[in-house]
Design a protein around this ligand. Sequence first.
Ligand SMILES: NC(=O)c1ccc[n+]([C@@H]2O[C@H](COP(=O)([O-])OP(=O)(O)OC[C@H]3O[C@@H](n4cnc5c(N)ncnc54)[C@H](O)[C@@H]3O)[C@@H](O)[C@H]2O)c1
Length: 244
Amino acid sequence: MVRFKNKTALVTGGTSGIGRATCLRLAAEGARVAVLGRNVKEGKDVVKAIKTAGGKADFYRCDLAQQAQITRTMHQLLADYGHLDVLVSNAAMMTYKPLLELDLKDWDTVLSVNLRAFAQLCQLCLPAMPAGSAVVVISSVHAHQTTSGVMPYAASKGATEAVVRALSRELDIAQTRINAVAPGAVDTPMLWRNPNVQNGTEKIEGAVGRPEDIAAAVAFLASAEAAFIHGATLVVDGGRLAQL
Ligand SMILES: NC(=O)c1ccc[n+]([C@@H]2O[C@H](COP(=O)([O-])OP(=O)(O)OC[C@H]3O[C@@H](n4cnc5c(N)ncnc54)[C@H](O)[C@@H]3O)[C@@H](O)[C@H]2O)c1
């Protein structure tokens, strides 16, 4: 399948896990991919892997906790690319403290990286997104069911899906569609670093997905095959949320 020939795409958090797999998938299907992330070595590795496979990619270093840096990076990227067909907002972070022990500075940081940066990216990118373009944001099953100690993360993901619904009301479906993917447990550094997973508070009992499983769903929603899907969240969790 080559659904993104002559298209341009941006993936935040493209240096690892689901973001990396999404960069590789979009590039394999013909897109020129802007890999956005903080880790220069990992970013260059992704670009190298794409180029070795015959694709096109560029790395942009950007810390999504820094609003001025987001603006600067996006101005540069849009000047380089001219326009953007696909925006994948994937980067996110978690904290692991109950509310009563939480420093609200951490609340602000999580909401800033996971939610505000997504809104800022949309503001900066949408004017450069042509007819037939698509935004896909990575949510989580934590938007629907959650565990203790991850409240800012769960709040950011619930709000992300609300933003997708709200922004779909402001976007013409023929111009730019916006949708979310809510992954379940996926084999990435974020999953195994989670102390709730390590100590069994969050049980990983069913199947664990591969980053490529999520990348496939993102590519579908970003493609013309999903032309009538707008404002939706696609749960990709191996059936986890369906369990009683
Ligand atoms: N792995 C899972 O089980 C799972 C489940 C549900 C949702 N998700 C979501 O999938 C997405 C990708 O996560 P992943 O599992 O691939 O983990 P990951 O740790 O491999 O990827 C997260 C990425 O976000 C980047 N990031 C975090 N803070 C950043 C900042 N300030 N600036 C720039 N980049 C920043 C990280 O550097 C990393 O590349 C996230 O939105 C996460 O919430 C993951």
